[in-house]
Design a protein around this ligand. Structure first.
Ligand SMILES: [Mg+2]
Length: 245
């Protein structure tokens, strides 16, 4: 019924495209899993650990909508030094969820533009998407038109006004957008309230509450979305467009 009108698909990242392996979040600083690695690098360069941790904490307070590179210059560190460490952590601690990754590949190969909306800052998004083979964290290139990350949309998508800002940033009428995620509030109720036409709620081992707005479809596997009538026209096209990044 909407098939010809859909112009964009928005993907969540955490528990949709990737998830943390067990014990991935055992070592954190200020609630963050990469901050200890930044403190390690600072310590290796000669800054005492308490001083490094104080600088990280102050930088996060000064700029609430930070991204990881913001922490490096105050500690005399470069992204070239930090990136391999960040990448190693992701390779060891992130699990890729192939059903949703496969859907991103399929949609983009058929020419459907996709973006992510995530409670991670830009480099955090890129590192997770890189694990999926969907981005390159060094160049910033990816299969996605936009990364609606916390630094860009100034907040997490569960917060008041953030979905509205994200949709404005995307610049596409919400009635032409589909959202896919695992959180009933952030990935379904809030975007539907802002006019997103259809939401697919992935139940990653957890059953969602029963009271969801019409237009939300609960699924167990992202592959089910490809069979939804909403994409019938798209996947009937004979020629695919291979997306390079
Ligand atoms: Mg999620």
């Amino acid at each position: 019924m909407y098939s010809s009108g859909i112009a964009h698909v928005l993907f969540d990242i955490d528990n949709t495209l990737t998830r943390y392996r067990s014990h991935a979040l055992d070592r954190i600083l200020e609630g963050n899993f990469l901050f200890p690695l930044i403190a390690d690098l600072a310590e290796e360069s000669g800054i005492p650990r308490p001083e490094a941790e104080r600088i990280i904490s102050e930088t996060a307070k000064k700029n609430v909508f930070w991204d990881y590179p913001d922490f490096l210059p105050p500690l005399g560190l470069s992204l070239a030094a930090a990136l391999p460490v960040f990448r190693k952590w992701h390779a060891e601690n992130m699990e890729v969820l192939p059903d949703a990754v496969g859907l991103v590949v399929k949609l983009t190969d058929y020419g459907m533009p996709v973006s992510v909306i995530s409670n991670n800052p830009r480099l955090g998004c890129l590192l997770k998407l890189e694990c999926c083979g969907l981005a390159d964290a060094a160049s910033g290139k990816s299969r996605f038109s936009k990364l609606l990350s916390t630094d860009l949309i100034r907040g997490c998508k569960g917060e008041k006004g953030v979905w509205k800002r994200a949709l404005k940033e995307l610049g596409i009428s919400p009635d032409r957008i589909i959202a896919i995620g695992d959180n009933p509030e952030e990935d379904a109720r809030l975007p539907m309230r802002e006019g997103v036409v259809r939401c697919f709620l992935l139940e990653r081992g957890v059953s969602a509450p029963l009271h969801l707005p019409p237009g939300v479809r609960r699924i167990r596997n992202a592959g089910e979305i490809a069979n939804d009538p909403i994409f019938q026209d798209l996947f009937q096209k004979r020629n695919t467009v291979i997306t390079e990044f």
